[in-house]
Structures are given as C-alpha cells and as structure tokens.
Design a protein around this ligand. Structure first.
Ligand SMILES: Cc1cc2nc3c(=O)[nH]c(=O)nc-3n(C[C@H](O)[C@H](O)[C@H](O)COP(=O)(O)OP(=O)(O)OC[C@H]3O[C@@H](n4cnc5c(N)ncnc54)[C@H](O)[C@@H]3O)c2cc1C
Length: 206
C-alpha cells in the first residue's frame, strides 16, 4: 500500500523510534524514499503517459509488516465485535460494548471498522451510517514476472507503476537484487452487470 500524502501525518502520530523503522517495511526496503518523487499513470495499451502525481516522500509498504510495526507496545484485544456504545451520565467517558459482553471505557472512541462501520451506524443512525454501492466492481490478482519484465518495470520507477486501460495494473517490488521476486497486482475494474462484476474482465487478467 502507498502512504501517498499520508507520510507526514503518520510520522506526527507515532513515536519517532517507530517512524525510524518505516523504511524497513517498504515493499523494497533497499529503495530509499526520494525527497521528491513523481509517479506516472500510463495508458496500458500504448505506454503513453496519462497523468502524473508528485509527492514529497513516497512509501510503498507491506500492510502486514506495517501493522506489526504499529502494534508495538500496544495492548490489543482480538476477536471483539462492537455492538453498542454508551455514555456514562457524567459525560466524561464512553464505553464500547462487545458481543462477548465485555466492555472497554475510555475518553475517545475511534471507529476504524471499515466501509460498513458499526461505529458510524451507532453514532449516525442506521440510514446515514450506510454506504452507497458504486456501479463498479474490482478484483485484484497477484502475478509474478520474469526478470526482464521486472527490469522493464523498474525503468519507470523502482517501487510503483500504474497503468489504466485495458486493465488497471500496479506493481510492488518484493526485494532489491532479486527482481524475479516481484509481484504484480492487476486490478480489474468493470461496471457491474446485474449486481456482479463482469467475469469476462477477470479472464482477461489471468
Ligand atoms: C484494493 C485496495 C487498495 C488500497 N490501497 C490503499 C493504498 O495504497 N493506500 C491507502 O492509504 N489506502 C488504500 N486503501 C484503502 C485502505 O485500505 C482503507 O482506507 C483502510 O483499510 C480503512 O481502514 P479501516 O481501519 O477504517 O478499515 P479496514 O481496514 O476495513 O478494517 C476494518 C476492521 O474492523 C473490523 N470490524 C468490522 N466491524 C467490526 C465490529 N462491529 N467490531 C469490531 N471490529 C469490526 C473488521 O473485521 C476489520 O478488521 C486500499 C483499499 C483497497 C480495498
């Protein structure tokens, strides 16, 4: 995943010793973040540049490794399902209630429970808390590449390339010095047909 514009925000939120380790969870830890970096989106059929974005620091991170890093020194309880939120009468606290009848009380609840957030529905009510479906679906597949294919992709950017049309294509370097290990991510985005993603698109990606 890309930190994109979020790097300064994440840096301001975590202890400096954790931020110092962020480079170690890059998809390719051997590529130092450039002061300024321009990422291009190409027309996948012709190779022509469609647009580009410039960032001050670009990090492309392994999610599981980032999660492990950010979990350092935190007391995390797994397998808890939020079912309700109550406010003790003195108004200074908030209590989260979980399906196993356990509770947690604090001063600020932070809902990071995804697109179909229970926290949001509890705070806003069921109707405003729901999300609207967009008429597009997306499927992502991993594919490994030959060394020469990887070296070609590296020639655009050592960490990232995004191409649209006919399929959306992204890639992540797995390890410098062994470009045969690179994994491509191919995202297939198609208009939904009768509530399902057009399966023909997924066939094209394989
Ligand atoms: C294919 C894809 C690529 C992306 N790439 C990027 C990227 O490059 N950079 C970027 O910044 N963002 C990216 N995003 C977006 C990013 O992943 C999301 O914005 C982010 O994960 C949202 O975080 P979240 O914690 O709110 O929800 P999630 O990551 O969805 O996590 C929600 C968690 O809450 C749990 N949960 C749900 N209901 C309850 C409940 N009632 N009680 C307790 N737990 C509950 C779920 O089990 C889950 O573990 C991408 C998303 C997708 C789908």
């Amino acid at each position: 995943m890309g930190l994109h514009w979020g790097a300064p925000v994440l840096k301001s939120l975590i202890p400096s010793d954790l931020w110092d380790k962020v480079q170690s969870v890059q998809t390719d830890p051997h590529v130092p973040p450039a002061e300024q970096c321009t990422l291009s989106m190409l027309n996948g059929a012709t190779g022509e540049p469609l647009t580009s974005f410039t960032f001050n620091h670009f990090y492309r991170l392994r999610r599981s490794a980032l999660r492990t890093l950010l979990s350092t020194s935190l007391d995390i309880c797994y397998s808890k399902k939020l079912v309700s939120i109550t406010y003790p009468t003195d108004g200074t606290a908030v209590t989260a209630h979980f399906a196993d009848t356990s509770t947690a009380t604090g001063t600020l609840p932070v809902g990071t429970d995804g697109a179909r957030s229970t926290t949001r529905s509890l705070l806003l009510g069921p109707k405003p808390g729901t999300t609207d479906a967009v008429p597009f679906g997306s499927a992502w597949v991993h594919a490994s590449s030959t060394r020469n294919q990887v070296l070609f992709l590296h020639s655009f950017h050592p960490l990232y390339l995004d191409a649209a049309r006919p399929l959306r294509f992204l890639w992540d370097a797995a390890r410098a010095g062994d470009p045969g290990l690179l994994l491509r991510l191919v995202a297939v985005r198609r208009r939904r047909c009768g509530g399902r993603v057009d399966e023909g698109a997924a066939t094209c990606a394989s």
